[in-house]
Design a protein around this ligand. Structure first.
Ligand code: SF4
Ligand code: SF4
Length: 390
């Protein structure tokens, strides 16, 4: 039996999630993390397309500094598994430095956020300056306690645009869960705990000097817990671990935000699991294309997932119209395509319903759409596969 979505998520809160999370996990076989599909010379790459972006094999998609919520930090620190020793050491160093360390969790420094935001379009996957502090010789040292972005990122999707839509919806729900649980847990452990008042993209003198906040300010975040931050995080983990499903529903799933996010997630999962191309299809007029001798390099939903169409296939797709179903056109022309090809072209938005005919070209820049919170670019953020991503 396939692994469930739940089984891929951190154990200290996965058990609290609803039945939807018992659905089979979606296997992103095109994101070949052990032989990174975004790195030059990887075995999986087919034809090299103009404008291709390659990642540095030492960095891959872990050029991202996660915000790890308090209860996940605490779960890691409480876990006796020997393979987490390096992750614990790195978290310990973060706590010692006090940069980005607050009752809600361990965040990137504000300076790092500003740099990342300015650099990610051009430098994601390619600059060591963006490398995650938890990566250890190419392996994630905090894998079992990684946060929502890291749990849901893939550079390429078997389900194309629909697949990306599913992972984005999953990420948004999990981010809401993590945000809500960390906020709740910090108040449970220390009702007087506070977060810094300075905004995530503003910089203080200490930020520019790459130092933690002044001692007096830092103490206001923690109250009695200052100097016992690791204990605080472990207490937050215990609070979350002890929650029942009923309490979780009251705190999270019954809120207006979750009531909007969950049906969207369910729909997008269904769209990905049971793709149903519309009968009328036309070649996506908004896709970027580049003529090559044997065909066209095309980009649609993601800069990181270019496709190649042979001249014959491209010319055939050009015959699709907004008045005759694609299946009828193929029949009329006496063309038989391999099973699933039309479905895949539709998933990747190479062919689209005619109603989309006049829509603007999809956003193809490297940049993601959530600059306000840390995230990874295009495809659209999220983390790596089971290899530990990076
Ligand atoms: S998800 Fe990351 S590590 Fe995996 S193939 Fe894509 S870029 Fe490489
Ligand atoms: S998956 Fe990569 S980016 Fe995320 S915590 Fe692990 S090493 Fe860091």
């Amino acid at each position: 039996m396939a692994d469930s979505i739940r089984s891929k998520l951190p154990k200290n809160y996965a058990h609290l999630l609803g039945d939807l999370f018992d659905e089979p996990a979606f296997d992103e076989t095109r994101a070949t993390c052990e032989d990174c599909a975004m790195c030059a010379n990887a075995g999986q790459r087919g034809v090299e397309l103009p404008g291709d972006t390659f990642f540095d094999p030492k960095l891959k998609c872990c050029t991202y500094h996660p915000m790890i919520p308090n209860f996940l930090v605490g779960g890691l620190l409480s876990d006796p598994a020997p393979e987490l020793a390096e992750g614990k050491r790195r978290i310990g160093k973060k706590i010692e430095d006090r940069i980005g360390v607050t009752p809600r969790g361990i965040a990137p420094s504000r300076l790092q956020r500003v740099i990342y935001n300015a650099a990610r379009d051009r430098c994601f996957g390619r600059s060591e300056a963006l490398l995650c502090p938890y990566i250890d010789e190419g392996r994630c040292s905090v894998w079992y306690y990684r946060e929502a972005v890291c749990s849901t990122y893939y550079c390429k999707h078997v389900g194309g645009a629909k697949g990306r839509g599913y992972w984005n919806a999953l990420k948004m729900y999990l981010q809401f869960v993590e945000h809500s649980l960390s906020s709740w847990a910090s108040k449970q452990v220390a009702p007087g705990s506070k977060e810094p008042e300075i905004g995530g993209f503003e910089l203080s003198v200490e930020d520019l000097a790459k130092k933690g906040p002044p001692d007096a300010e830092y103490a206001t975040y923690w109250g009695d817990w200052v100097g016992r931050e690791a204990e605080f995080y472990m207490a937050a983990h215990e609070k979350v671990k002890a929650l029942t499903r009923e309490e979780f529903v009251r705190l999270i799933d019954d809120t207006p935000q979750a009531r909007a996010l969950l049906p969207d997630l369910k729909k997008r999962l269904d769209d990905t699991q049971h793709p149903k191309p519309t009968p009328l299809l036309v070649l996506n007029p908004g896709m970027k294309k580049h003529k090559m001798p044997e065909g066209y390099a095309v980009r649609t939903y993601s800069h990181y997932d270019p496709m190649f169409l042979t001249n014959d296939l491209y010319e055939l797709l050009e015959t699709f119209t907004n008045v005759e179903p694609a299946a009828e056109t193929l029949k009329r022309l006496g063309v038989e395509l391999p099973d699933g090809l039309i479905r895949d072209l539709w998933l990747h938005e190479i062919v689209v319903p005619p109603s989309n005919d006049c829509r603007p070209a999809p956003k193809l820049s490297f940049g993601g759409d959530r600059c306000a919170s840390p995230s990874r670019p295009t495809s659209d953020e999220g983390a790596t596969g089971d290899s530990g991503g990076g």
